[in-house]
Design a protein around this ligand. Sequence first.
Ligand code: 3PY
Ligand code: ZN
Length: 632
Amino acid sequence: PFLENVIKDDTFRSGQAHTKLIDTKPELLKFKAKRDRATKLLSYLSDITVNGNATAKGWKPEKPILNPRVPQPEIKEFKGSRDILLEKGPDEFVKWILAEKRLLITDTSMRDAHQSLIATRMRTVDMLRIADAYAEGLPDLFSLEMWGGATFDTAMRFLKEDPWDRLRRLREKVPGILFQMLFRGSNAVGYSNYPDNVVAGFVKHSADAGMDIFRIFDSLNYLPNMQVAMEAVRDHGKALCEAAICYTGDILDPKRDKFSLKYYVQKAKELEKMGAHILAIKDMAGLCKPQAAYNLVAALKQEIGIPIHFHTHDTSGLNAASVIAAARAGVDIADLAIASLSGSTSQPNLNSVSAALANSDRDPGLNADTLNEVSDYWEEVLAQYKPFDSAPRAGTAEVYEHEMPGGQYTNLREQANAMGLGHRWREIARTYADVNQLFGDIVKVTPSSKVVGDMAMFLITRSIKAADVPKLKPGSIDWPESVIDMLAGGLGQPDGGWPADVQKVVLGNKPSTTQRPGDLAEAVDLEATRAQVAKKIGRQVDDDDLYSHLMYPAVFAEFVDFRKKYDDLSGLATPAFFYGMHVGEEVEMEIDPGKTLFVKLVSIGDADADGKRTLFYELNGMPRESVVVDKS
Ligand code: 3PY
Ligand code: ZN
Protein backbone atom coordinates (compact mmCIF):
# COMPACT_ATOMS: atom_id res chain seq x y z
CA PRO A 1 0.00 0.00 0.00
CA PHE A 2 2.87 2.39 0.67
CA LEU A 3 4.20 1.98 -2.86
CA GLU A 4 0.70 2.34 -4.21
CA ASN A 5 0.38 5.62 -2.33
CA VAL A 6 3.69 6.86 -3.67
CA ILE A 7 3.02 5.83 -7.24
CA LYS A 8 -0.30 7.65 -7.16
CA ASP A 9 1.26 10.79 -5.68
CA ASP A 10 1.28 13.78 -8.00
CA THR A 11 4.76 14.96 -7.01
CA PHE A 12 6.14 11.51 -7.63
CA ARG A 13 4.38 11.25 -10.95
CA SER A 14 5.64 14.66 -12.02
CA GLY A 15 9.14 13.24 -11.70
CA GLN A 16 10.14 15.83 -9.09
CA ALA A 17 10.17 13.51 -6.14
CA HIS A 18 13.30 13.20 -4.06
CA THR A 19 14.19 11.30 -0.92
CA LYS A 20 12.47 13.91 1.27
CA LEU A 21 9.08 13.17 -0.28
CA ILE A 22 7.92 11.45 2.91
CA ASP A 23 8.87 14.45 5.05
CA THR A 24 6.84 16.81 2.96
CA LYS A 25 3.94 14.40 2.42
CA PRO A 26 3.34 12.64 5.73
CA GLU A 27 -0.05 11.42 4.53
CA LEU A 28 1.78 8.82 2.48
CA LEU A 29 2.51 7.08 5.74
CA LYS A 30 -1.13 6.88 6.71
CA PHE A 31 -1.33 3.33 5.49
CA LYS A 32 1.16 2.43 8.22
CA ALA A 33 -1.14 3.79 10.88
CA LYS A 34 -3.98 1.77 9.39
CA ARG A 35 -1.82 -1.32 9.27
CA ASP A 36 -0.93 -0.80 12.93
CA ARG A 37 -4.58 -0.50 13.87
CA ALA A 38 -5.35 -3.70 12.01
CA THR A 39 -2.46 -5.49 13.76
CA LYS A 40 -3.67 -4.25 17.12
CA LEU A 41 -7.23 -5.27 16.37
CA LEU A 42 -6.12 -8.78 15.37
CA SER A 43 -4.00 -9.11 18.45
CA TYR A 44 -6.96 -8.11 20.66
CA LEU A 45 -9.34 -10.46 18.88
CA SER A 46 -6.81 -13.29 19.11
CA ASP A 47 -6.33 -12.79 22.83
CA ILE A 48 -10.06 -12.67 23.62
CA THR A 49 -10.82 -15.57 21.27
CA VAL A 50 -8.17 -17.83 22.77
CA ASN A 51 -8.08 -16.67 26.38
CA GLY A 52 -11.60 -15.40 26.94
CA ASN A 53 -12.53 -12.22 28.74
CA ALA A 54 -12.60 -12.11 32.51
CA THR A 55 -15.15 -9.29 32.54
CA ALA A 56 -17.51 -11.42 30.45
CA LYS A 57 -17.08 -14.29 32.92
CA GLY A 58 -15.89 -16.63 30.21
CA TRP A 59 -19.30 -16.67 28.54
CA LYS A 60 -19.31 -17.22 24.78
CA PRO A 61 -22.33 -17.45 22.49
CA GLU A 62 -22.74 -20.88 20.91
CA LYS A 63 -22.72 -19.41 17.43
CA PRO A 64 -21.87 -16.01 15.98
CA ILE A 65 -24.38 -13.30 16.87
CA LEU A 66 -25.38 -11.14 13.94
CA ASN A 67 -25.47 -7.36 14.14
CA PRO A 68 -28.85 -6.17 15.39
CA ARG A 69 -31.22 -5.07 12.67
CA VAL A 70 -31.40 -1.30 12.60
CA PRO A 71 -34.88 0.13 12.14
CA GLN A 72 -35.55 2.77 9.54
CA PRO A 73 -38.63 4.39 10.92
CA GLU A 74 -40.91 6.79 9.20
CA ILE A 75 -39.35 10.24 9.30
CA LYS A 76 -41.34 12.55 11.53
CA GLU A 77 -41.08 16.28 10.92
CA PHE A 78 -40.97 17.88 14.33
CA LYS A 79 -39.15 20.74 15.94
CA GLY A 80 -37.00 18.97 18.51
CA SER A 81 -36.68 19.98 22.15
CA ARG A 82 -33.06 20.97 21.65
CA ASP A 83 -33.87 23.20 18.70
CA ILE A 84 -36.39 24.94 20.94
CA LEU A 85 -33.89 25.28 23.81
CA LEU A 86 -31.25 26.74 21.51
CA GLU A 87 -33.76 29.15 20.03
CA LYS A 88 -35.35 30.32 23.29
CA GLY A 89 -32.60 29.97 25.90
CA PRO A 90 -33.12 28.20 29.25
CA ASP A 91 -35.53 30.60 30.96
CA GLU A 92 -37.99 30.83 28.08
CA PHE A 93 -37.61 27.10 27.47
CA VAL A 94 -38.86 26.44 31.01
CA LYS A 95 -42.02 28.36 30.16
CA TRP A 96 -42.38 26.25 27.01
CA ILE A 97 -42.26 23.07 29.13
CA LEU A 98 -44.90 24.41 31.52
CA ALA A 99 -47.20 25.27 28.63
CA GLU A 100 -46.98 21.80 27.02
CA LYS A 101 -50.03 19.61 27.58
CA ARG A 102 -48.31 16.39 26.50
CA LEU A 103 -46.58 14.29 29.09
CA LEU A 104 -43.01 14.90 27.95
CA ILE A 105 -40.87 11.78 27.94
CA THR A 106 -37.24 11.14 28.64
CA ASP A 107 -35.91 7.85 27.27
CA THR A 108 -33.35 6.41 29.70
CA SER A 109 -32.35 3.46 27.48
CA MET A 110 -28.81 4.71 26.93
CA ARG A 111 -28.05 5.37 30.61
CA ASP A 112 -30.12 4.26 33.57
CA ALA A 113 -31.81 1.33 31.83
CA HIS A 114 -28.57 -0.46 31.01
CA GLN A 115 -26.97 0.74 34.25
CA SER A 116 -29.80 -0.98 36.10
CA LEU A 117 -30.12 -4.12 33.94
CA ILE A 118 -26.65 -4.99 32.65
CA ALA A 119 -24.28 -3.25 35.06
CA THR A 120 -23.76 -0.26 32.72
CA ARG A 121 -22.01 -2.31 30.06
CA MET A 122 -23.67 -0.96 26.93
CA ARG A 123 -21.14 0.12 24.32
CA THR A 124 -21.16 3.23 22.17
CA VAL A 125 -21.40 1.32 18.89
CA ASP A 126 -24.80 -0.05 19.90
CA MET A 127 -26.01 3.47 20.66
CA LEU A 128 -24.63 4.99 17.48
CA ARG A 129 -26.33 2.45 15.24
CA ILE A 130 -29.78 3.43 16.50
CA ALA A 131 -29.07 7.16 16.80
CA ASP A 132 -30.49 8.04 13.36
CA ALA A 133 -33.70 6.21 14.16
CA TYR A 134 -34.13 8.35 17.27
CA ALA A 135 -33.24 11.57 15.47
CA GLU A 136 -35.61 10.89 12.59
CA GLY A 137 -38.38 8.80 14.09
CA LEU A 138 -38.66 10.06 17.66
CA PRO A 139 -37.79 13.77 17.46
CA ASP A 140 -40.66 14.48 19.86
CA LEU A 141 -38.98 12.82 22.82
CA PHE A 142 -38.15 15.41 25.46
CA SER A 143 -34.67 14.05 26.12
CA LEU A 144 -32.35 11.10 25.95
CA GLU A 145 -30.58 10.27 29.18
CA MET A 146 -27.32 8.93 27.79
CA TRP A 147 -24.45 9.98 30.07
CA GLY A 148 -23.37 10.37 33.65
CA GLY A 149 -24.13 8.15 36.62
CA ALA A 150 -21.94 5.08 36.34
CA THR A 151 -21.43 5.35 32.57
CA PHE A 152 -18.37 7.55 32.87
CA ASP A 153 -16.50 5.06 35.03
CA THR A 154 -17.56 1.86 33.26
CA ALA A 155 -16.86 3.28 29.78
CA MET A 156 -13.18 3.55 30.60
CA ARG A 157 -12.87 0.72 33.13
CA PHE A 158 -14.64 -2.11 31.33
CA LEU A 159 -15.40 -0.99 27.79
CA LYS A 160 -12.09 0.82 27.16
CA GLU A 161 -14.05 3.63 25.62
CA ASP A 162 -13.64 7.36 25.98
CA PRO A 163 -16.86 8.66 27.56
CA TRP A 164 -16.36 12.05 25.91
CA ASP A 165 -16.19 10.39 22.53
CA ARG A 166 -19.60 8.78 23.17
CA LEU A 167 -21.11 12.15 24.01
CA ARG A 168 -19.64 13.93 20.98
CA ARG A 169 -20.47 11.22 18.46
CA LEU A 170 -24.05 10.81 19.61
CA ARG A 171 -24.45 14.59 19.69
CA GLU A 172 -23.43 14.77 16.07
CA LYS A 173 -26.03 12.18 15.08
CA VAL A 174 -28.85 13.51 17.27
CA PRO A 175 -28.70 17.30 17.13
CA GLY A 176 -32.39 17.93 17.80
CA ILE A 177 -33.23 16.03 21.00
CA LEU A 178 -31.97 17.21 24.38
CA PHE A 179 -29.27 15.12 26.00
CA GLN A 180 -29.46 14.57 29.70
CA MET A 181 -26.93 13.37 32.25
CA LEU A 182 -27.00 12.31 35.87
CA PHE A 183 -24.59 14.31 38.00
CA ARG A 184 -23.85 13.41 41.62
CA GLY A 185 -23.43 16.98 42.88
CA SER A 186 -20.07 17.39 44.63
CA ASN A 187 -19.32 13.73 43.78
CA ALA A 188 -19.61 14.59 40.06
CA VAL A 189 -19.51 11.23 38.25
CA GLY A 190 -17.46 9.55 40.97
CA TYR A 191 -17.92 8.14 44.44
CA SER A 192 -16.35 10.79 46.66
CA ASN A 193 -16.19 14.52 47.03
CA TYR A 194 -14.26 16.53 44.41
CA PRO A 195 -12.92 20.07 44.88
CA ASP A 196 -15.30 22.83 43.77
CA ASN A 197 -13.21 23.91 40.79
CA VAL A 198 -13.14 20.34 39.45
CA VAL A 199 -16.92 20.03 39.79
CA ALA A 200 -17.56 23.38 38.11
CA GLY A 201 -14.96 22.72 35.41
CA PHE A 202 -16.45 19.31 34.66
CA VAL A 203 -19.92 20.80 34.24
CA LYS A 204 -18.70 23.53 31.93
CA HIS A 205 -16.66 21.16 29.81
CA SER A 206 -19.59 18.71 29.51
CA ALA A 207 -21.96 21.48 28.48
CA ASP A 208 -19.42 22.64 25.89
CA ALA A 209 -19.20 19.06 24.62
CA GLY A 210 -22.95 18.98 24.02
CA MET A 211 -24.70 18.12 27.27
CA ASP A 212 -27.98 19.99 27.74
CA ILE A 213 -29.62 18.89 30.98
CA PHE A 214 -27.75 18.23 34.19
CA ARG A 215 -29.77 16.28 36.74
CA ILE A 216 -27.92 17.16 39.92
CA PHE A 217 -28.51 15.37 43.20
CA ASP A 218 -26.84 14.76 46.50
CA SER A 219 -26.73 11.30 47.99
CA LEU A 220 -27.89 12.55 51.40
CA ASN A 221 -30.20 15.30 50.07
CA TYR A 222 -27.62 17.66 51.57
CA LEU A 223 -28.35 20.68 49.41
CA PRO A 224 -25.13 22.65 50.04
CA ASN A 225 -23.31 19.88 48.10
CA MET A 226 -25.38 20.74 45.01
CA GLN A 227 -24.76 24.46 44.88
CA VAL A 228 -21.47 24.56 42.96
CA ALA A 229 -22.71 22.29 40.18
CA MET A 230 -26.04 24.11 39.96
CA GLU A 231 -24.32 27.46 39.62
CA ALA A 232 -21.91 26.10 37.02
CA VAL A 233 -24.84 24.94 34.88
CA ARG A 234 -26.60 28.27 35.19
CA ASP A 235 -23.40 30.19 34.46
CA HIS A 236 -22.89 28.25 31.27
CA GLY A 237 -25.95 29.96 29.88
CA LYS A 238 -27.12 27.31 27.42
CA ALA A 239 -27.72 24.30 29.64
CA LEU A 240 -30.61 23.37 31.93
CA CYS A 241 -30.15 22.93 35.66
CA GLU A 242 -32.38 20.11 36.87
CA ALA A 243 -32.04 19.72 40.63
CA ALA A 244 -33.26 16.52 42.26
CA ILE A 245 -34.84 15.58 45.53
CA CYS A 246 -34.00 11.94 46.18
CA TYR A 247 -37.10 10.05 47.29
CA THR A 248 -36.86 7.44 49.99
CA GLY A 249 -39.16 6.02 52.69
CA ASP A 250 -42.89 6.31 52.10
CA ILE A 251 -44.88 9.52 52.44
CA LEU A 252 -48.02 7.41 52.85
CA ASP A 253 -46.68 5.81 56.03
CA PRO A 254 -47.24 8.09 59.05
CA LYS A 255 -44.62 6.16 61.02
CA ARG A 256 -41.91 6.98 58.50
CA ASP A 257 -42.07 10.68 59.34
CA LYS A 258 -38.46 11.59 58.63
CA PHE A 259 -39.21 11.56 54.91
CA SER A 260 -42.66 13.14 54.91
CA LEU A 261 -44.44 15.12 52.22
CA LYS A 262 -43.44 18.25 54.11
CA TYR A 263 -39.77 17.22 54.00
CA TYR A 264 -39.83 16.91 50.19
CA VAL A 265 -41.79 20.10 49.63
CA GLN A 266 -39.35 22.05 51.74
CA LYS A 267 -36.32 20.65 49.88
CA ALA A 268 -37.99 21.41 46.54
CA LYS A 269 -38.64 25.00 47.54
CA GLU A 270 -35.02 25.44 48.53
CA LEU A 271 -33.82 24.01 45.23
CA GLU A 272 -36.10 26.35 43.33
CA LYS A 273 -34.58 29.23 45.29
CA MET A 274 -31.10 27.94 44.54
CA GLY A 275 -31.78 28.39 40.83
CA ALA A 276 -33.12 25.07 39.50
CA HIS A 277 -34.76 25.35 36.08
CA ILE A 278 -36.50 22.00 36.62
CA LEU A 279 -37.14 19.91 39.72
CA ALA A 280 -36.56 16.17 39.53
CA ILE A 281 -38.18 13.67 41.84
CA LYS A 282 -35.49 11.03 41.84
CA ASP A 283 -37.01 7.79 43.04
CA MET A 284 -33.86 5.76 42.51
CA ALA A 285 -35.14 2.61 44.22
CA GLY A 286 -38.70 2.69 42.91
CA LEU A 287 -40.31 3.28 46.31
CA CYS A 288 -42.76 5.93 45.20
CA LYS A 289 -46.10 4.13 45.16
CA PRO A 290 -48.84 5.37 42.81
CA GLN A 291 -50.77 7.30 45.45
CA ALA A 292 -47.55 8.73 46.86
CA ALA A 293 -46.54 9.92 43.38
CA TYR A 294 -49.92 11.56 42.97
CA ASN A 295 -49.82 13.29 46.37
CA LEU A 296 -46.22 14.41 45.96
CA VAL A 297 -46.64 15.86 42.47
CA ALA A 298 -49.93 17.52 43.35
CA ALA A 299 -48.37 19.17 46.42
CA LEU A 300 -45.26 20.27 44.56
CA LYS A 301 -47.33 21.72 41.72
CA GLN A 302 -49.01 23.93 44.34
CA GLU A 303 -45.81 24.95 46.04
CA ILE A 304 -43.26 25.54 43.29
CA GLY A 305 -43.35 27.21 39.90
CA ILE A 306 -40.77 25.22 37.94
CA PRO A 307 -41.49 22.10 35.84
CA ILE A 308 -41.34 18.70 37.55
CA HIS A 309 -39.59 15.64 36.12
CA PHE A 310 -40.43 12.24 37.63
CA HIS A 311 -37.86 9.46 37.73
CA THR A 312 -38.60 6.03 39.13
CA HIS A 313 -37.62 2.36 38.82
CA ASP A 314 -39.90 -0.61 38.24
CA THR A 315 -38.32 -2.92 40.81
CA SER A 316 -41.69 -3.53 42.49
CA GLY A 317 -43.34 -4.23 39.13
CA LEU A 318 -45.97 -1.54 39.46
CA ASN A 319 -44.25 1.77 38.92
CA ALA A 320 -45.81 2.44 35.55
CA ALA A 321 -48.86 3.14 37.71
CA SER A 322 -46.81 5.70 39.62
CA VAL A 323 -45.86 7.43 36.38
CA ILE A 324 -49.47 7.53 35.25
CA ALA A 325 -50.55 8.85 38.66
CA ALA A 326 -47.84 11.51 38.46
CA ALA A 327 -49.08 12.42 34.96
CA ARG A 328 -52.60 12.81 36.31
CA ALA A 329 -51.33 15.07 39.05
CA GLY A 330 -49.72 17.26 36.40
CA VAL A 331 -46.09 16.15 36.29
CA ASP A 332 -44.41 17.75 33.28
CA ILE A 333 -41.84 15.13 32.28
CA ALA A 334 -41.37 11.43 33.07
CA ASP A 335 -38.46 9.03 32.66
CA LEU A 336 -39.21 5.73 30.95
CA ALA A 337 -37.17 3.07 29.15
CA ILE A 338 -37.93 1.57 25.74
CA ALA A 339 -39.98 -1.65 26.22
CA SER A 340 -37.20 -4.23 25.82
CA LEU A 341 -34.92 -2.34 28.23
CA SER A 342 -37.66 -1.59 30.75
CA GLY A 343 -39.11 -3.18 33.83
CA SER A 344 -37.50 -4.80 36.85
CA THR A 345 -34.69 -2.63 38.24
CA SER A 346 -34.89 -0.40 35.13
CA GLN A 347 -37.51 2.27 34.37
CA PRO A 348 -41.14 1.42 33.57
CA ASN A 349 -42.08 0.66 29.97
CA LEU A 350 -42.05 3.70 27.69
CA ASN A 351 -43.98 2.01 24.89
CA SER A 352 -46.77 0.82 27.17
CA VAL A 353 -47.13 4.02 29.17
CA SER A 354 -47.16 5.98 25.96
CA ALA A 355 -49.91 3.71 24.58
CA ALA A 356 -51.85 3.88 27.84
CA LEU A 357 -51.90 7.68 27.69
CA ALA A 358 -52.77 7.87 23.99
CA ASN A 359 -56.01 9.76 23.37
CA SER A 360 -55.87 11.30 26.82
CA ASP A 361 -55.02 14.90 27.58
CA ARG A 362 -51.49 13.76 28.49
CA ASP A 363 -50.88 11.80 25.27
CA PRO A 364 -47.10 11.97 24.71
CA GLY A 365 -47.75 11.89 20.96
CA LEU A 366 -45.00 9.40 20.13
CA ASN A 367 -45.25 7.06 17.15
CA ALA A 368 -46.17 3.61 18.51
CA ASP A 369 -44.77 1.76 15.47
CA THR A 370 -41.45 3.49 15.77
CA LEU A 371 -41.29 2.75 19.49
CA ASN A 372 -41.88 -0.92 18.79
CA GLU A 373 -39.24 -1.04 16.07
CA VAL A 374 -36.75 0.67 18.35
CA SER A 375 -37.63 -1.84 21.05
CA ASP A 376 -36.92 -4.72 18.67
CA TYR A 377 -33.48 -3.24 18.07
CA TRP A 378 -32.71 -2.92 21.78
CA GLU A 379 -33.94 -6.45 22.36
CA GLU A 380 -31.34 -7.78 19.93
CA VAL A 381 -28.71 -5.57 21.53
CA LEU A 382 -29.58 -6.79 25.02
CA ALA A 383 -29.10 -10.41 23.93
CA GLN A 384 -25.44 -9.56 23.26
CA TYR A 385 -24.90 -8.68 26.92
CA LYS A 386 -26.14 -11.93 28.38
CA PRO A 387 -23.45 -12.50 31.02
CA PHE A 388 -24.08 -9.05 32.50
CA ASP A 389 -27.85 -9.44 32.69
CA SER A 390 -28.64 -10.31 36.28
CA ALA A 391 -31.78 -8.28 36.88
CA PRO A 392 -34.67 -10.12 38.50
CA ARG A 393 -37.22 -11.32 35.96
CA ALA A 394 -40.25 -10.18 37.94
CA GLY A 395 -41.17 -7.39 40.26
CA THR A 396 -40.58 -7.79 43.97
CA ALA A 397 -42.12 -6.08 46.97
CA GLU A 398 -38.89 -6.79 48.84
CA VAL A 399 -37.67 -3.42 47.55
CA TYR A 400 -39.90 -1.65 50.12
CA GLU A 401 -37.90 -3.39 52.80
CA HIS A 402 -34.32 -2.90 51.61
CA GLU A 403 -34.80 0.34 49.58
CA MET A 404 -31.84 -0.39 47.32
CA PRO A 405 -31.44 1.76 44.20
CA GLY A 406 -32.07 -0.07 40.91
CA GLY A 407 -28.50 0.44 39.79
CA GLN A 408 -27.11 -1.02 42.99
CA TYR A 409 -29.35 -4.05 43.29
CA THR A 410 -27.80 -6.03 40.43
CA ASN A 411 -24.29 -4.97 41.41
CA LEU A 412 -24.63 -6.01 45.03
CA ARG A 413 -26.21 -9.28 44.02
CA GLU A 414 -23.29 -9.93 41.70
CA GLN A 415 -20.87 -9.04 44.47
CA ALA A 416 -22.65 -11.44 46.81
CA ASN A 417 -22.50 -14.22 44.19
CA ALA A 418 -18.80 -13.57 43.60
CA MET A 419 -18.16 -13.91 47.34
CA GLY A 420 -20.07 -17.17 47.47
CA LEU A 421 -22.88 -15.52 49.44
CA GLY A 422 -25.54 -15.64 46.72
CA HIS A 423 -27.69 -18.06 48.73
CA ARG A 424 -27.77 -15.57 51.63
CA TRP A 425 -29.29 -12.78 49.55
CA ARG A 426 -32.38 -12.32 51.78
CA GLU A 427 -30.14 -11.89 54.78
CA ILE A 428 -27.96 -9.40 52.88
CA ALA A 429 -31.03 -7.40 51.86
CA ARG A 430 -32.26 -7.36 55.47
CA THR A 431 -28.85 -6.33 56.76
CA TYR A 432 -28.79 -3.52 54.20
CA ALA A 433 -32.08 -2.27 55.71
CA ASP A 434 -30.69 -2.65 59.25
CA VAL A 435 -27.56 -0.68 58.34
CA ASN A 436 -29.80 2.09 57.01
CA GLN A 437 -31.48 2.30 60.40
CA LEU A 438 -28.11 2.11 62.14
CA PHE A 439 -26.99 5.16 60.16
CA GLY A 440 -30.11 7.02 61.24
CA ASP A 441 -32.38 6.23 58.23
CA ILE A 442 -30.73 8.03 55.33
CA VAL A 443 -31.17 8.60 51.63
CA LYS A 444 -29.47 5.74 49.80
CA VAL A 445 -28.16 6.54 46.37
CA THR A 446 -24.65 6.62 44.91
CA PRO A 447 -22.40 7.03 46.82
CA SER A 448 -24.28 6.76 50.18
CA SER A 449 -25.93 3.54 48.95
CA LYS A 450 -22.53 2.06 48.24
CA VAL A 451 -21.44 2.83 51.79
CA VAL A 452 -24.54 1.10 53.19
CA GLY A 453 -23.80 -1.87 50.91
CA ASP A 454 -20.13 -1.97 51.98
CA MET A 455 -21.16 -1.96 55.64
CA ALA A 456 -23.82 -4.64 55.11
CA MET A 457 -21.32 -6.98 53.41
CA PHE A 458 -18.73 -6.23 56.08
CA LEU A 459 -21.16 -7.15 58.88
CA ILE A 460 -22.39 -10.29 57.10
CA THR A 461 -18.90 -11.63 56.49
CA ARG A 462 -17.95 -11.04 60.14
CA SER A 463 -21.26 -12.23 61.60
CA ILE A 464 -21.86 -8.92 63.37
CA LYS A 465 -25.47 -7.79 63.82
CA ALA A 466 -26.13 -4.19 62.84
CA ALA A 467 -27.99 -3.60 66.10
CA ASP A 468 -24.87 -4.64 68.04
CA VAL A 469 -22.59 -2.08 66.41
CA PRO A 470 -23.32 0.78 68.87
CA LYS A 471 -22.26 -1.54 71.72
CA LEU A 472 -18.80 -2.22 70.26
CA LYS A 473 -15.66 -0.61 71.62
CA PRO A 474 -14.83 2.59 69.68
CA GLY A 475 -11.96 2.07 67.25
CA SER A 476 -11.84 -1.70 67.96
CA ILE A 477 -12.61 -2.74 64.36
CA ASP A 478 -11.06 -1.71 61.02
CA TRP A 479 -14.28 -0.52 59.40
CA PRO A 480 -14.42 -0.08 55.61
CA GLU A 481 -12.79 3.17 54.47
CA SER A 482 -16.03 4.33 52.84
CA VAL A 483 -17.94 3.95 56.12
CA ILE A 484 -15.32 5.88 58.08
CA ASP A 485 -15.30 8.66 55.48
CA MET A 486 -19.08 9.00 55.39
CA LEU A 487 -19.51 9.07 59.16
CA ALA A 488 -16.64 11.56 59.41
CA GLY A 489 -18.67 13.93 57.23
CA GLY A 490 -16.83 13.27 53.95
CA LEU A 491 -20.07 13.08 51.93
CA GLY A 492 -21.86 15.88 53.81
CA GLN A 493 -24.57 15.79 56.44
CA PRO A 494 -27.86 13.88 56.52
CA ASP A 495 -30.87 15.68 58.00
CA GLY A 496 -30.57 15.34 61.77
CA GLY A 497 -26.83 14.47 61.58
CA TRP A 498 -25.17 11.09 62.14
CA PRO A 499 -26.13 9.06 65.23
CA ALA A 500 -23.49 10.03 67.79
CA ASP A 501 -23.04 6.50 69.23
CA VAL A 502 -22.43 4.87 65.85
CA GLN A 503 -20.16 7.69 64.77
CA LYS A 504 -18.09 7.18 67.92
CA VAL A 505 -17.76 3.42 67.46
CA VAL A 506 -16.73 3.78 63.82
CA LEU A 507 -14.46 6.80 64.11
CA GLY A 508 -12.74 6.05 67.42
CA ASN A 509 -10.55 9.11 67.80
CA LYS A 510 -10.51 10.01 64.10
CA PRO A 511 -11.75 13.57 63.44
CA SER A 512 -15.12 14.41 61.94
CA THR A 513 -16.64 17.53 60.46
CA THR A 514 -20.03 19.07 59.83
CA GLN A 515 -18.62 21.52 57.31
CA ARG A 516 -19.42 21.20 53.62
CA PRO A 517 -16.67 18.90 52.24
CA GLY A 518 -16.10 21.27 49.33
CA ASP A 519 -15.12 24.02 51.76
CA LEU A 520 -12.33 21.82 53.05
CA ALA A 521 -11.02 20.57 49.70
CA GLU A 522 -8.28 22.65 48.13
CA ALA A 523 -8.70 23.72 44.52
CA VAL A 524 -6.80 21.58 42.02
CA ASP A 525 -4.19 23.39 39.91
CA LEU A 526 -5.61 22.28 36.57
CA GLU A 527 -2.67 23.33 34.41
CA ALA A 528 -0.10 21.73 36.69
CA THR A 529 -2.18 18.54 36.67
CA ARG A 530 -2.40 18.64 32.90
CA ALA A 531 1.39 18.93 32.65
CA GLN A 532 1.95 16.05 35.08
CA VAL A 533 -0.45 13.75 33.24
CA ALA A 534 1.05 14.69 29.87
CA LYS A 535 4.47 13.76 31.15
CA LYS A 536 3.22 10.48 32.51
CA ILE A 537 1.38 9.36 29.40
CA GLY A 538 3.79 10.88 26.90
CA ARG A 539 1.32 12.89 24.88
CA GLN A 540 -0.75 16.06 24.97
CA VAL A 541 -3.62 16.13 27.44
CA ASP A 542 -6.76 17.90 26.28
CA ASP A 543 -9.69 18.79 28.54
CA ASP A 544 -11.41 15.45 27.89
CA ASP A 545 -8.33 13.63 29.17
CA LEU A 546 -7.85 16.06 32.02
CA TYR A 547 -11.35 15.54 33.43
CA SER A 548 -11.22 11.79 32.87
CA HIS A 549 -8.02 11.76 34.89
CA LEU A 550 -9.45 14.02 37.60
CA MET A 551 -12.49 11.77 38.03
CA TYR A 552 -10.66 8.42 37.91
CA PRO A 553 -6.86 8.71 37.87
CA ALA A 554 -6.08 4.99 38.08
CA VAL A 555 -8.84 3.92 35.68
CA PHE A 556 -7.78 6.60 33.21
CA ALA A 557 -4.14 5.45 33.35
CA GLU A 558 -5.19 1.87 32.60
CA PHE A 559 -7.42 3.08 29.81
CA VAL A 560 -4.51 4.97 28.24
CA ASP A 561 -2.34 1.83 28.44
CA PHE A 562 -5.07 -0.23 26.78
CA ARG A 563 -5.35 2.31 23.99
CA LYS A 564 -1.60 2.22 23.44
CA LYS A 565 -1.73 -1.54 23.13
CA TYR A 566 -4.92 -1.99 21.12
CA ASP A 567 -5.96 1.50 19.93
CA ASP A 568 -9.63 2.47 19.78
CA LEU A 569 -11.88 -0.60 19.58
CA SER A 570 -15.14 1.20 20.24
CA GLY A 571 -16.26 0.57 16.65
CA LEU A 572 -15.91 -3.20 16.99
CA ALA A 573 -19.14 -5.20 17.14
CA THR A 574 -20.09 -6.04 20.74
CA PRO A 575 -19.95 -9.87 20.57
CA ALA A 576 -16.42 -9.77 19.14
CA PHE A 577 -15.34 -7.21 21.72
CA PHE A 578 -16.55 -9.22 24.71
CA TYR A 579 -16.38 -12.83 23.58
CA GLY A 580 -13.94 -12.99 20.65
CA MET A 581 -14.74 -14.77 17.39
CA HIS A 582 -15.83 -18.16 16.10
CA VAL A 583 -13.89 -19.81 13.26
CA GLY A 584 -15.57 -18.70 10.03
CA GLU A 585 -17.07 -15.60 11.62
CA GLU A 586 -16.68 -12.22 9.98
CA VAL A 587 -16.76 -8.92 11.85
CA GLU A 588 -16.26 -5.35 10.89
CA MET A 589 -14.87 -2.30 12.61
CA GLU A 590 -15.13 1.24 11.35
CA ILE A 591 -11.81 2.93 12.01
CA ASP A 592 -12.54 6.26 10.36
CA PRO A 593 -15.79 7.51 8.89
CA GLY A 594 -16.22 5.45 5.75
CA LYS A 595 -13.12 3.30 6.41
CA THR A 596 -13.96 -0.15 7.65
CA LEU A 597 -11.84 -3.17 8.47
CA PHE A 598 -13.47 -6.52 7.62
CA VAL A 599 -12.00 -9.38 9.59
CA LYS A 600 -12.70 -13.07 9.06
CA LEU A 601 -11.25 -15.69 11.39
CA VAL A 602 -10.17 -18.54 9.11
CA SER A 603 -8.60 -20.98 11.56
CA ILE A 604 -6.83 -21.33 14.88
CA GLY A 605 -3.53 -23.21 14.92
CA ASP A 606 -2.45 -25.68 17.60
CA ALA A 607 -0.44 -24.41 20.55
CA ASP A 608 3.33 -24.83 20.08
CA ALA A 609 5.81 -25.89 22.77
CA ASP A 610 5.73 -22.35 24.26
CA GLY A 611 1.95 -22.33 24.33
CA LYS A 612 1.72 -19.95 21.37
CA ARG A 613 -1.07 -20.23 18.85
CA THR A 614 -1.26 -18.68 15.41
CA LEU A 615 -4.64 -17.40 14.32
CA PHE A 616 -5.24 -17.07 10.59
CA TYR A 617 -7.43 -14.23 9.38
CA GLU A 618 -8.59 -12.55 6.24
CA LEU A 619 -8.37 -8.81 6.64
CA ASN A 620 -10.23 -6.94 3.93
CA GLY A 621 -9.73 -10.09 1.83
CA MET A 622 -5.97 -10.41 2.43
CA PRO A 623 -4.46 -13.21 4.56
CA ARG A 624 -3.04 -12.15 7.92
CA GLU A 625 -1.73 -14.01 10.94
CA SER A 626 -1.61 -13.14 14.58
CA VAL A 627 0.19 -15.04 17.34
CA VAL A 628 -1.06 -15.20 20.90
CA VAL A 629 0.01 -17.05 24.02
CA ASP A 630 -2.68 -19.49 25.10
CA LYS A 631 -3.06 -18.88 28.83
CA SER A 632 -5.91 -21.30 29.29
C1 3PY B 1 -26.12 6.94 39.90
O1 3PY B 1 -25.69 7.82 40.65
O2 3PY B 1 -25.41 6.38 39.07
C2 3PY B 1 -27.51 6.57 39.95
O3 3PY B 1 -28.05 6.01 39.03
C3 3PY B 1 -28.22 6.90 41.15
O4 3PY B 1 -29.55 6.54 41.06
ZN1 ZN C 1 -32.37 5.81 38.41
